[in-house]
Design a protein around this ligand. Structure first.
Ligand code: RP5
Ligand code: MG
Ligand code: MG
Length: 278
């Protein structure tokens, strides 16, 4: 993988803030750039002191460690802290501050990738006309914030087990569990627990090239694949978009389909692993 790209998007999401343009060869912090002085931006939603965000100043967070219930360790190894602020392990982004992210340093998410084989009316696997390989499909949501298709992932709550985040976020965004009655929610919980209780295939752990990243705050994720090989477990669940998802549908795994952040990279790993079309 080359230098981060979405983390350098010219227009910072949800704002009129423009990033300083960082050329590829100046992304790495070790490349000297004495006049580098990006604008600092932290969104009003973050400065409002919501429970999911760090305080702006004061009580300096304990970086590179589990700080109370907040995991401030990085999958990318120990990150540098300069003048009290953590430095993005993947380099410059052209923007300082926290932007839309609540935590200084790593912001931990989890991405559940639920897959099935694409089949015809008789239930036979459909092979791609060019690659001749069977086609996988995954449950994709259309993000409300940017309109891009993505994996239905979300933030790991302080102290929450990642396995729970995976199941909870899938239920909220792809099955709309937040708006269902207690009875419906129990039903969703039961059906989904069967699929998610398997450990799944660990696809990726690390930095996410997310457009919200800054020099001092960035997304990291644990992406896990739960595969419904026979098409009779998740595949039978009625999909309904909820929470920060505007739409939800099964989408074919294909390298040409544009996805949010570096989610395409996660799907590529799954396609290779399952010998599917990509
Ligand atoms: C991405 O943002 C992660 O890969 C995950 O899909 C998502 C989590 O953020 P929210 O969906 O909660 O905004 O970086
Ligand atoms: Mg969510
Ligand atoms: Mg989400």
């Amino acid at each position: 993988v080359g230098p981060h790209v979405k983390s350098r998007c010219p227009q910072y999401p949800g704002s009129n803030i423009k990033r300083l343009s960082v050329p590829d060869d100046k992304v790495d912090w070790t490349q000297k750039w004495p006049e580098y002085n990006p604008v600092s931006y932290t969104a009003p939603s973050v400065l409002n002191n919501p429970a999911w965000a760090d305080p702006d100043i004061g009580s300096s967070p304990k970086f590179n460690t589990v700080d109370g219930a907040v995991d401030r360790t990085s999958f990318e190894g120990s990150y540098k802290v300069e003048n009290g602020k953590p430095l993005n392990p993947c380099g410059r982004t052209g923007l300082a501050g926290r932007g839309l992210l609540g935590r200084w340093g790593p912001n931990h998410a989890a991405d559940p990738i639920v897959t099935r084989w694409k089949v015809d009316v008789k239930g036979a696997k459909i092979h791609h006309s060019v690659s001749q390989k069977p086609v996988l499909q995954f449950v994709s949501i259309k993000r409300k914030d940017c309109g891009e298709w993505a994996i239905p992932g979300g933030m790991v709550d302080p102290g929450e087990q990642v396995s729970l985040t995976l199941q909870r976020e899938f239920s909220e965004e792809a099955l709309n569990s937040l708006s269902s009655s207690p009875a419906e929610r129990a039903e969703i919980h039961q059906r989904i627990t069967n699929l998610f209780k398997s450990s799944g295939f660990m696809v990726y752990k690390g930095y996410v090239d997310d457009p919200r990243n800054t020099d001092n705050s960035w997304m990291e994720t644990v992406a896990v694949n739960f595969h419904d090989d026979l098409g009779n477990s998740v595949s039978e669940l009625p999909l309904e978009a909820g929470d920060d998802a505007g739409q939800v549908q099964w989408v074919d795994l294909d390298s040409s389909f544009p996805l949010y952040a570096n989610h395409s990279h996660f799907l590529e790993i799954i396609a290779k692993e399952r010998k599917a079309h990509w």
